[in-house]
Write a protein that binds this ligand. Structure first.
Ligand SMILES: [Fe+2]
Length: 144
């Protein structure tokens, strides 16, 4: 099931919110190519784009946090690092499944529901629980 942007996901910073919207789009794309994997290259390309954009987004978000004087930036950076590691591990798992010559092995299409659920949780849990803490900072700039 695709993810849809909803106002509750907004944290009140235009650049970060735009990045989150784009990450949702990339996750929906991964889900789509997993369900209909025409070629392993398409699936891996979708993962590469998600990984690449997530990395850039986390860097941008950390720079914004520093510039706004967010005191929990180190903790947040660590969480970003863990998220990237989880994404890399998932990509490797998918790549292994794609290249498995065993016809009995579970294909990526069969695992697409599970993988997509993981990715939805991967992003939304972080946005709702950790990035949302930034919204107070952006709403009350005088508290810096
Ligand atoms: Fe974040």
């Amino acid at each position: 099931m695709a993810i849809f942007w909803r106002p509750q996901l907004a944290i009140g910073h235009d650049e970060i919110d735009a990045d989150h919207r784009y990450l949702i789009l990339l996750i929906n794309t991964v889900e789509l190519v997993l369900r209909f994997p025409e070629s392993p290259q398409h699936v891996l390309k979708a993962f590469d784009e998600l990984e690449h954009y997530a990395k850039r987004h986390f860097e941008r978000e950390e720079i914004i946090q520093i510039s706004w004087g967010y005191i929990h930036v180190d903790e947040h950076k660590l969480e970003h690092r863990r998220l990237l590691q989880a994404l890399t591990a998932l990509r490797m798992k998918v790549e292994t499944a794609l290249l498995d010559p065993n016809p009995e092995a579970k294909g990526v299409a069969e695992q697409s529901g599970e993988i997509s659920a993981f990715l939805r949780h991967w992003l939304l849990d972080h946005v709702i629980k950790s990035d949302a803490k930034l919204s107070d900072l952006f709403r009350k700039p005088d508290l810096r």
